[in-house]
Design a binder for this molecule. Structure first.
Ligand code: CA
Length: 231
């Protein structure tokens, strides 16, 4: 139930703290607040929150360092909520192990949606999904046979495209950086670059999307990476 979900809010702006905590409480979440990075790490270990909302610009240590320290011991979802809009900061945070990001100012509805995606991650960690098949609208992946269907008809994917699609679906709702995808698909130290990723992605989209200019399934996060549609 939602009222059992504890959210650690790491933020040094008092106005944003009161806004976020009030909003979370209204939605039935339990919120705890850390105003510095060191306090965040201490509270994280003391309370083991389900989800962490993290501001990157903190008065003591950098938010990036908070992500690293949490990730040394826990895989719990971290959503970066930051005024930094530089793509590099966001990419670094995601590559350090953050699950998602939102830039300020944000809509509360969007924040709730991100929290729901994070909750799904928690559920799938404790309660693995049925891995036989995945269906979203007219797209079906049959994991047992390794086949993909669009409108009930089999589409032929190359092994690389299939791997890519599986990775995106397994992380649906969550943005994956170019680096993350490249490392997962090609492996560390092997040849794989953003350009080849774009080529594979374009080819995959041609096979599964009705309108590649306006994709239904694989969404582009400009400058950051890709996200499989949440619903
Ligand atoms: Ca700040």
């Amino acid at each position: 139930m939602e009222d059992s979900i504890t959210i650690l809010v790491v933020e040094d702006d008092k106005y944003i703290i009161s806004f976020i905590t009030m909003f979370l409480k209204d939605e039935g979440y339990k919120a705890i607040v850390a105003e510095t990075g060191k306090e965040a790490i201490a509270l994280f270990y003391a309370n083991n929150p389900d989800v962490t909302l993290l501001d990157l610009g903190l008065p003591d240590i950098d938010g990036m360092e908070v992500i690293r320290q949490i990730r040394e011991r826990s895989n719990a979802p971290i959503i970066v909520v930051s005024a930094r809009e530089k793509e590099n900061d966001i990419i670094n945070a995601l590559d350090c192990g953050a699950d998602d990001y939102m830039t300020k100012p944000f809509y509360t509805g969007e924040l709730l949606a991100r929290i729901r995606v994070a909750q799904r991650k928690i559920n799938s960690m404790t309660n693995p999904e049925n891995l036989e098949a995945f269906t979203c609208d007219n797209l079906t992946l049959d994991y047992i046979k390794g086949l993909v269907f669009v409108d009930g008809k089999e589409v032929h994917l190359t092994p690389m495209e299939y791997k890519l699609l599986k990775l995106l679906v397994a992380n649906r709702g969550k943005v994956l950086t170019h680096n993350y995808i490249i490392n997962q698909i090609w492996g560390y130290g092997e040849v794989g670059d953003a350009k080849s990723l774009r080529v594979f992605m374009a080819s995959l989209r041609r096979k599964i999307e009705k309108d590649t200019a306006n994709p239904r399934f694989i969404l582009t996060q400009v400058g950051i990476g890709y996200r499989f549609a949440e619903k």
